[in-house]
Design a protein around this ligand. Structure first.
Ligand code: BGC
Length: 510
């Protein structure tokens, strides 16, 4: 009889033989210096939630006080225990063959209580060690300052992103990071998906601080029609102030670049009717232009100004001046395309993510799905959407440098280990989406990097541990990391190996 570990090793060996190569995709097609990486975020992987002086953050408090809001009632107290296992994880990255790693810094580990509480030197030391380990293996750190988590103290003091006081807090935090790590970190992003967290936190109430109003949800406080836009305004101005500081005081001597990461679905019009075509445009506007138009054109998009009127803040002249030239690159997080149906002329349920744009996002047209479903509702495998979104951003925002900062495929945790590790669905997804990136590059888009979400299975926010996005499987009881077939596939692609293989068969089987 084999032990469980023995069986797992046999399984992994068998998968290594079966694993498909990156047939038809060639790393050499990408420009020299192209970053190929994997991504994670602090709250989702670090654990050690109260160790070495870290303060409580909004997600610590939310998951502890409202476990019912997380599908499996769990939290990020331990998750991947990356705080203690980062050396092993860096070793995994080296084996994978990536030349960069996108991670976020936990604000509450650096400033446990915000500016007033002082800098936690143990927090600085942790990221120093992580960055040193990465550089030692030739892996470029690509750092996010804010990936959904912030010190809880700032919620108490300012109502987090609803108060203007947080702008100075974020500026101070970013400055501490530039000073501490900027000699070695050459890629910075201010915010990860502020469009998602502004809506989930203040419109739908599914993220802390759980604010919403009817019909979007039932919360103790909030105003779903106003608060997301107030928060977004403070976020946009915080971004501008931080980039201003970086450009004035750090960029010349540290030689890095700084951008912002936006979540971008590609909205296809459900029909050829004018109202659905306009609905798709509105959805793009409320998703993408909301944050990027101010940074490129100094103004919120016309559709939003017209529809939201006084609920949408206005930029003062001084703010408009500060907004200029504040993006070195755009980070695109792209997972799916989706159909957009108009809700202006025909009534729909509007208590959804796109409800504020009077749009309903749906996955089917005439009973046919837009792509193969994945474990998360509303996320489909539609590879051509990647090229479309890159082209869209490239055109609207002046051929700006683009990094695909997230792209990935989810599995249900309830699937058996064999199925989770033998992740043919993810291999096909990555093959399709990377081919789509390659095609965009061939057509002249200024794409400079691609990061898989995620390096390893982790805490998936409101879904807890019920879905898995990792290239590496993590057993959350033992913390054993196991290479999935997709990791082997990515490795082969990165190594430039293109043996004739079984990919076509696997595609047919899938
Ligand atoms: C986020 C990640 C998340 C992933 C999958 C993005 O919204 O940046 O934190 O885990 O998508 O849902």
């Amino acid at each position: 009889m084999y032990s469980a570990t023995g069986m797992l090793m046999l399984l992994t060996a068998a998968l290594a033989i079966l694993a498909p190569s990156a047939l038809g995709l060639d790393r050499a097609e990408f420009p020299p210096g192209f970053l190929f990486g994997a991504a994670t975020s602090a709250y989702q992987i670090e654990g050690a939630y109260l160790e070495d002086g870290k303060g409580l953050n909004n997600w610590d408090v939310f998951t502890h006080t409202r476990p019912g809001d997380i599908t499996d009632g769990r939290n990020g107290d331990v998750t991947d225990d990356h705080y203690h296992r980062y050396m092993e994880d860096v070793e995994i990255m080296r084996d994978l063959g990536v030349n960069s790693y996108r991670f976020s810094i936990s604000w509450a580990r650096i400033l446990p209580r915000g500016h007033s509480g002082g800098v936690n030197s143990a927090g600085i030391a942790f990221y120093d060690r992580l960055i040193a380990a990465l550089l030692q293996k030739g892996i470029e750190p690509f750092v996010t300052l804010h990936h959904f988590d912030q010190p809880q103290e700032l919620e108490t003091q300012y109502g987090s992103w609803l108060g203007t006081g947080i702008r100075e807090e974020f500026d101070y935090y970013a400055d501490v990071c530039f000073r501490a790590f900027g000699d070695r970190v050459k890629f910075w992003t201010t915010f990860n998906e502020p469009n998602v967290f502004a809506k989930d936190s203040y419109m739908l109430g599914t993220y802390p601080p759980n604010h919403c109003s009817s019909p979007f949800g039932t919360c103790n406080s909030g105003n779903s029609y106003r608060e997301p836009y107030v928060a977004a305004h403070n976020i946009i101005m915080s971004h501008a102030a931080v980039v201003d500081n970086y450009k004035r005081n750090y960029q010349a001597k540290q030689g890095g670049s700084i951008g912002i990461v936006i979540e971008m679905k590609f909205y296809e019009s459900l029909t050829n009717n004018t109202e659905d075509i306009l609905a798709a445009q509105r959805a793009m506007s409320f998703e993408i232009h909301w944050f990027l138009d101010p940074l490129f054109f100094g103004e919120y998009p016309k559709e939003m100004r017209e529809m939201l009127s006084s609920n949408l803040p206005k930029f003062s002249l001084a703010e408009k001046r500060l907004l200029q030239n504040k993006v070195d690159f755009i980070g695109i997080n792209h997972y799916t395309a989706i159909y957009a149906k108009d809700c202006m002329l025909s009534p729909c349920d509007l208590n959804t993510y796109e409800g504020n744009a009077l749009v309903l996002a749906i996955g089917e047209r005439d009973g046919v799905r837009i792509g193969k479903p994945t474990a998360l509702d509303g996320f489909y495998d539609v590879p051509e959407g990647m090229e479309k979104i890159i082209k869209y951003v490239d055109k609207r925002y002046e051929n700006v440098p683009i990094y695909v900062t997230e792209n990935g495929y989810s599995q249900h945790s309830s699937n058996g280990l064999e199925d989770l590790v033998n992740d043919v669905g993810r291999v096909n997804y990555m093959h399709g989406y990377l081919s789509s990136v390659a095609s965009a590059v061939r057509r002249g888009a200024n794409v400079r990097g691609y990061f898989v979400w995620s390096l390893m299975d982790n805490f998936e926010w409101a879904h807890g541990f019920t879905v898995r996005f990792g290239l590496y499987h993590v057993d959350f009881n033992t913390q054993v990391r196991t290479q999935k077939m997709s990791a082997k596939w990515y490795h082969d692609f990165l190594m430039g190996s293109r043996p004739v293989d079984a990919l076509q068969t696997l595609r047919a089987d899938y």
